[in-house]
Design a binder for this molecule. Sequence first.
Ligand code: GDP
Ligand code: IMO
Ligand code: MG
Length: 429
Amino acid sequence: MANVTVVGAQWGDEGKGKIVDWLASRADVVVRFQGGHNAGHTLVVGEKVYKLSLLPSGIVTGTLSIIGNGVVLDPWALKAEIEKLESQGVVINTENFSIAENCPLILPMHRDLDALRETAAGAGKIGTTGRGIGPAYEDKVGRRAIRVCDLAHLDSLDAQLDRLCAHHDALRAGFGQPAVDREALIAELKEIAPFVLQFAEPVWKRLNTVKKAGARVLFEGAQGVLLDVDHGTYPFVTSSNTVSGTAASGSGMGPSSAGFVLGIVKAYTTRVGSGPFPTELEDEVGQRLGERGHEFGTVTGRKRRCGWFDAVLVRQSCAISGVTGIALTKLDVLDGFEKVKICTGYRLRGKVLDYYPSHAADQAAVEPIYEEMDGWQGTTAGARSWADLPAQAIKYIQRVQELIETPVALVSTSPEREDTILVRDPFID
Ligand code: GDP
Ligand code: IMO
Ligand code: MG
């Protein structure tokens, strides 16, 4: 099947949005299947810059864009994002956008709890985006969530609210906070409900219909495999499964729908928030990567931590997520470095490892083993064909694909949509 599933293969911010936007014109549908508005995807089209958190990146090209059931949805953030994009000339209506009616909602109490926990954790905090993502997923799994479909039945929500508020009020009391104001919550939900409900539908059914018609589906992952709640650097992770397999459960399509799994891989490494990061550079090289790559978070504006490319981590992500091919992004950020380094293994208490262990203490203790290569003179910035790349940059790409045991399908050389080199078309392969 000619579907493509895009996942981040590092700690997020690999450039998924740019690649999804570039691929969207070849797709019939773009589907978000996990995460929420903790994501921040930046798209650059000519003079225009679009920042998307909750909406699928296909919306900018007008491609049918769907929020699947695996996403946690903040109705107020949704409205604000739609209004912002509309002010930039993007057309969003019930023809080109829909939301799964079984999507759990992020409510103000989730944001409160996220903030209360982070503040209480002090130096041990996760460094979340503060959007209430974790608490909303907890309520989903705890069978207490209010979902999009409940917005059509707000007058008969008492029993559900009893369950939800009993849980939250106990937690809030522990933090010295007042109980949830149920009347205010219902009033806020009543106000926002019609806006959300106009887009709500059984998404699984729509996808089943388009599948039968032979449509090409592009699944857009958020975050990255190293932030996956099972496979990531636990507990410094997000609260959803970010791996490609979630495309099926988070949309209501079967597991064979994933198609070509395109791992998005930054040519170096970044991380925002707390947690281990073996190749982190806290020196002027890291500073230079951050400045050249404009590494500031789209959602929170936080400075992203930067380091050399870690082939061990990416090889592991590609294996876990079944990556068919990668899009290597931000190669241009490495332009002009005299030497570039790649991490090819770890040393842990005298032993050499070819994988990243699960225990937090081991993750923090590993020391990277580096391979050094000459950098390239000349520029890759804006290159649109293989022939435009300096020979040494091609060597770097080849070494990366060898070490991660996964072929390169695309190379991105600037934020601009068209500055992309196609090596192997994921929709055809
Ligand atoms: P996402 O979360 O994976 O969608 O990535 P973000 O949008 O948060 O971060 C990637 C940033 O890098 C954005 O500002 C993009 O505009 C930018 N970007 C994407 N691809 C490239 C590239 O190839 N070169 C450069 N210089 N910037 C890029
Ligand atoms: P995109 O889609 C980078 C990180 C947060 C924090 C951890 C948990 O733009 O790649 P959460 O708010 O999800 O509970 O925070 O996950 N995080 C991201 N880091 N890119 C993202 O999304 C992220 N979404 C969450 O910084 O460390
Ligand atoms: Mg991002």
